[in-house]
Design a protein around this ligand. Sequence first.
Ligand code: IMP
Ligand code: MG
Length: 188
Amino acid sequence: MWDYREFIDEILIPEETLQARIKELGAQISRDYQDKNPLLVCILRGGVLFLTDLMRAIHIPHAIEFMAVSSYGIGGRSSAGQVRINLDLNTDVSEWDVLLVEDIIDSGHTLSHILDLLSIRSPRSLKVCTLLDKWERREVEIPVDYVGFKIPNKFVFGYGLDIDNYYRNLPFVGTVDLEKYQALQAKS
Ligand code: IMP
Ligand code: MG
């Protein structure tokens, strides 16, 4: 696979900016959930770097859980169709204040399905924390309680977000130069 420098357009959010904002979010969540019983539910795989930094920025007792879903859209990258649970929670959420931890909200379809699935299990409360919000692309209205950064409608990678499953490890969020990326694909 290629070095990201061969196709990056720009570093949209540098590591220091990400970490500083996550510290703020953690402080805010610590205040808001002081008298609650928080369960952070990470949506695999994109949310995993965000979760591990966010939980270290939260200074009150809390638990974590993981969920994995796949979206079946009407072709391509769309997620307008149904969502299948590939990994479900092992916790009875009725005892917990659930905070969903997502990497990015795009159309909103994936999260909307997950919120439907979880709300019928009657958690004490159910809220959403996303690192990135590609708000211009929203197709379904969903309540988002905590947002790290609002970003423009560009394909991004790094800090949990992948391109064909690679580049999740990068400590920053970058945008893709699609022409360069497609040229690399055509050569291989
Ligand atoms: P939605 O259902 O359209 O909101 O899609 C959300 C999911 O699509 C995210 O959890 C990501 O896995 C993926 N996604 C959306 N935009 C991007 C992007 O710019 N880069 C990488 N993955 C993305
Ligand atoms: Mg994802």
